[in-house]
Design a protein around this ligand. Sequence first.
Ligand code: PFF
Ligand code: NA
Length: 455
Amino acid sequence: MARPRQSIHGQWSSRWAFILAATGSAVGLGNIWRFPYITGEYGGGAFVLIYLVCIIGLGVPILMSEVLLGRRGRQSPINTMRTLAEEEGARPQWGYLGWMGVVAGFLILSFYSVVGGWTLAYVVRAIGGTFAGVTATDTSNTFNALIGDAERLLAWHTLFMVMTTVVVARGVQHGLEKATRILMPALFILLVVMVGYAMSTPGFVEAMQYLFRPDFARIETEAILAALGQAFFSLSLGMGAIMIYGSYLPAKASIPRTALAIAAMDSGVAILAGLAIFPLVFSYGLEAGQGSGLIFQTLPIAFGQMPYGTLFGTLFFVLLTFAAWSSSISLLEPAVAWLSENRGIRRINASIIAGCIAWVMGIGSLLSFNLMADNKLFGKTFFELVEYLTTNIMLPLGGLLTAVFAAWIMKRSSSADELGLGESPGYHMWRFATRYIAPVGVALVFLQATGIINL
Ligand code: PFF
Ligand code: NA
């Protein structure tokens, strides 16, 4: 059956354009800022291993599912889910899955933009040569001075949100596509350089053991949930970002190969970031579990000591900003696509409205580091609460429902057709993983974490 459906928002110029954009969405602060600091909080090796298992066992099949649903529906996630539900004879309530994604996107973007602001601020610090010869005490003073200053954070947060909104307003297909083609490989190379530097420091061996020797005695359920959440966050899954990018994918492109490539690149960057950062942590006697300031307090020490450190430092934070930027636009895109589809709002206006909503919510997050640092709910600041709720709950739940829809609700012929695998072994693997492994895996982790079951 031919499906002439086209996205009204346009289409990628090729499969490569999609891979670039989806990798741009995946590779971001999640890999370089969040992965190391969460790994440090949960004690290293075992967390890393569980994270990688989640990526392969759950992340890849769900990534394929999101792309396939997106390309078949060719609309914003809300309307894609509604349309597909109707076609597959299911309830229209599946549209709520799209809605949850839009909400999660706003919430994530709100704090993502604050941290994106930190990277912008660090570009300026790096250019100014402020890293030369710094000690661990200096870097933590610098970081604390930044996050303690609400007005400064607001300015950077605002700038980052404006950058995000501008690109989304122009249409993601035209915006960053060309820039990411050069900048992502550059970031990769620079990370390799940083790992090279880290290898020359005395803490490298200890860092390798920390990252790759799992100590399951130290693993609690909370860590498993965190690893699961980090896998979804890092792959941009469970909120419709990949679904909307899939909706712009040309019909002939192979979804499975694309999904594997994206997952491999994303995990590769996360591991490299870990290898660049933890040797410094151990060499300088820093605290691995110090929290969300980890990279900002470790990497500048390395830049301050290595040759051409000012240049490398500047380059690093510029590239990290681009990585964050190409991710943040994918957080806004589902909402903007929906606003322009359903409300007939022009894309530019839709972007401004959506950007403003996320910007306002972000103020709560930036105040969590200063004026509202002591206002806690369930022992968490606003920032921590939003981060926890989205990453550990909304994304895995969204992913679970996506898997259920793709492998239980959708007809076998539809998914086989869209994946372009026919009834091949590859298709059977995808279907098994999406039907059983992914939903059961997420459900078990949820039940265990809430204490409903105790394995
Ligand atoms: N995957 C991005 C990162 O690792 O930085 C963050 C992200 C983007 C999460 C888009 C979710 C999303 F929909
Ligand atoms: Na990522």
